[in-house]
Design a protein around this ligand. Sequence first.
Ligand SMILES: O=C(O)COP(=O)(O)O
Ligand SMILES: [Mg+2]
Length: 228
Amino acid sequence: MTRYKAIIFDLDGTLVHSAPDLHSAANAALTASGRKTLDLATITSFIGNGVEKLVERCLRATGPYSQALHGTAMTAFMDSYDANMTTLTRPYPGVPDCLTRLKDNAVPLGICTNKPTEPARKVCDGLDLSRFFTVIIGAERDQARKPDPQPLLRCAAELRADPRDILYVGDSGVDHATAQNAGVAFRLFSGGYLKSPIPDLRADQIFERWSESGLRTDQAGFVTVAAH
Ligand SMILES: O=C(O)COP(=O)(O)O
Ligand SMILES: [Mg+2]
């Protein structure tokens, strides 16, 4: 059985259901840009490549796109999101229990997200999740972001773990590609914002509810994955 020394998690759509607050902020950005608003399912389908891309996709879905419009829309988006990062956002059921068990067994835990680092930290602070994580790495301007392997490898380095000893848990094709690019094992939470099935995943690499994550620790403190 494969054993892992540390676990890195994606954030949006994996640990937290953040789409409702992202939806409100995206609609504030659209309204400020003179565009019609979009429904939750549409905006949820735009999540996964960072907030700039989310806003760009909203603008392209509602009319012509320009860089200037994107700047205005981003300001409105961040103003709204800054004030409402955890108004509607909650951890998925079972997440705090799972993290508590891992932390109690001294498993090093990290987050690697395409959300900008500061909002990622604020969301974790607001939902009492920060205490579980040694490192939170988000997207930064001018730095490579997922599916580039760099942020995931940086996260592994900060956890002092070899990439071969890491498990990355995410909800999207971007997360899967990131893990592959970094040579890191992957497990999919399919109850988040997955857009289409990932063809080369085995059924035993997928879980739909956190109560069925299969993440366990053995007596030596290594993580194993048990079939549910
Ligand atoms: O901000 C996004 O688009 C996605 O963030 P994630 O990488 O935590 O899923
Ligand atoms: Mg995600």
